[in-house]
Design a protein around this ligand. Structure first.
Ligand code: ASP
Length: 400
């Protein structure tokens, strides 16, 4: 529609901005409002569950070590590829890297109403508590989340368990809200891409195509390069047998875009065709479905660097190292549900001082292709869990 209007009604930008775009903005703003509750619940729960791993001995330690290793490898793949290829520099629509757009003077009531919902919850909170910037506020929130996770992990059982259960409930409520929002994503995608495609013309398609290609190439390197090496060297496992064994979980992950929903199928494949011992695979796969999201870490890395490149911003090595750290931590705190990474991605962009609502830079631009890429990165997330299960199975005893 955006391309059609651009061709036949070039004066309709005001209409699109006032009456079509706000529906997409509403979606994004509600998503950003959820960023803080999601960070404050998902991250402590992730840390607390990682902590309880220590009580479970060797399997748990392998699980934790492999999660960090594979997530770091995926971020290195992402950053390495985008730095070598520079895909964001080759396809540039109208992009700009900085703080949000001012409200136009002739904005309709819908746009005005939507713009009342905060688009930078960190900035808003920073203003309330007197913190210098949203990036500082985010670090504080992150520190609080990590601290709370450690407390949940270290508290004696009598105190820790009820608090843990309460946090699980709050987290589940956040996820229900996000789930409801995601159902509405097609409308948001339509409204956001209308204005973007109107402004950028057919160039947007080439831009999104390059982005999709960059993500798919990096995911393939992780799946067909890093994982087989880990399987051979750390798991001493037959790679052909692995690919045959993971077919069912792969198609389920692709169809559902949810690691959590794929869990029963992964367990079945691990205990069936892969021949792993049930107590190892059940434990590793359950923990992995919510904490080991290698494909997601990779996606976050590619997206942030791609957006920076297309806005002409060269992130320094230190900034890239910070992005890498965020991606690994962010992937630990990403829920294994469709679109689980979107609030985390918004938080990473905010930590770099970018307003994620910014036209041409924010999440809105890539939302149109996110569902398809979500299906692909979920496959890599699930594959990563199965690789860890194989390695843990190898190091903790004989195969069945
Ligand atoms: N959908 C992904 C998963 O369930 C999470 C994400 O990257 O959004 O593993």
């Amino acid at each position: 529609m955006g391309l059609g209007l651009r061709q036949w009604f070039p004066g309709s930008a005001g209409f699109l901005q006032s009456w079509v775009q706000p529906w997409g903005d509403l979606f994004l703003r509600l998503l950003f409002v959820m960023v803080i509750p999601v960070l404050l619940t998902a991250l402590p729960l992730g840390i607390a569950s990682a902590g309880s791993l220590f009580h479970l001995g060797r399997t748990a330690l392998i699980c934790l070590g492999m999660t960090l290793l594979l997530s770091s490898a995926s971020v290195v793949v992402a950053l390495g590829l985008v730095n070598l290829w520079n895909p964001g520099k080759t396809a540039v629509p109208h992009t700009d890297w900085g703080q949000g757009l001012a409200l136009p003077e002739d904005a309709g009531f819908l746009l005005r109403a939507v713009s009342k919902i905060p688009d930078d919850p960190f900035g808003l909170l920073a203003g309330v508590v007197g913190c210098p910037s949203s990036a500082h506020m985010m670090l504080i929130i992150l520190g609080v989340a990590v601290g709370w996770g450690l407390i949940l992990m270290l508290l004696p059982k009598a105190w820790g368990e009820p608090l843990h259960a309460l946090w699980e409930k709050i987290f589940a409520a956040c996820m229900r809200v996000i789930d409801g929002l995601i159902r509405w994503a097609p409308v948001a995608v339509f409204s956001l891409t209308c204005l973007s495609s109107f402004r950028t013309g057919p160039g947007l398609l080439a831009y999104l195509g390059t982005f999709v290609l960059a993500v798919l190439v990096s995911l393939s390197i992780q799946a067909f390069g890093v994982y087989p090496v880990a399987l051979r060297t750390l798991g001493n496992f037959d790679i052909r047998k692995f690919w045959i064994g993971v077919r069912e979980p792969m198609s389920t992950a692709f169809a559902t875009a949810s690691s959590n929903a794929t869990l029963p199928v992964s367990i079945r494949a691990a205990e069936g065709r892969l021949g792993l011992r049930p107590h190892v695979s059940r434990f590793v796969l359950t923990a992995g479905a919510s904490t080991n999201q290698n494909g997601t870490a990779l996606y976050e890395g590619v997206t942030v660097l791609f957006l920076a490149q297309s806005a002409g911003v060269d992130l320094s090595l230190t900034q890239q190292a910070i992005v890498a750290g965020w991606c690994v931590i962010g992937s630990l705190g990403t829920a294994g549900v469709p679109g689980g990474t979107l609030p985390i991605l918004a938080a990473i962009l905010a930590s770099l001082g970018v307003d994620p609502m910014k036209t041409g830079v924010g999440i809105g631009l890539i939302l149109g292709v996110d569902r398809f890429l979500d299906m692909c990165r979920t496959c890599v997330n699930v594959l990563g869990d199965l690789v860890i299960a194989v390695v843990a199975n190898h190091w903790t005893g004989r195969k069945k």
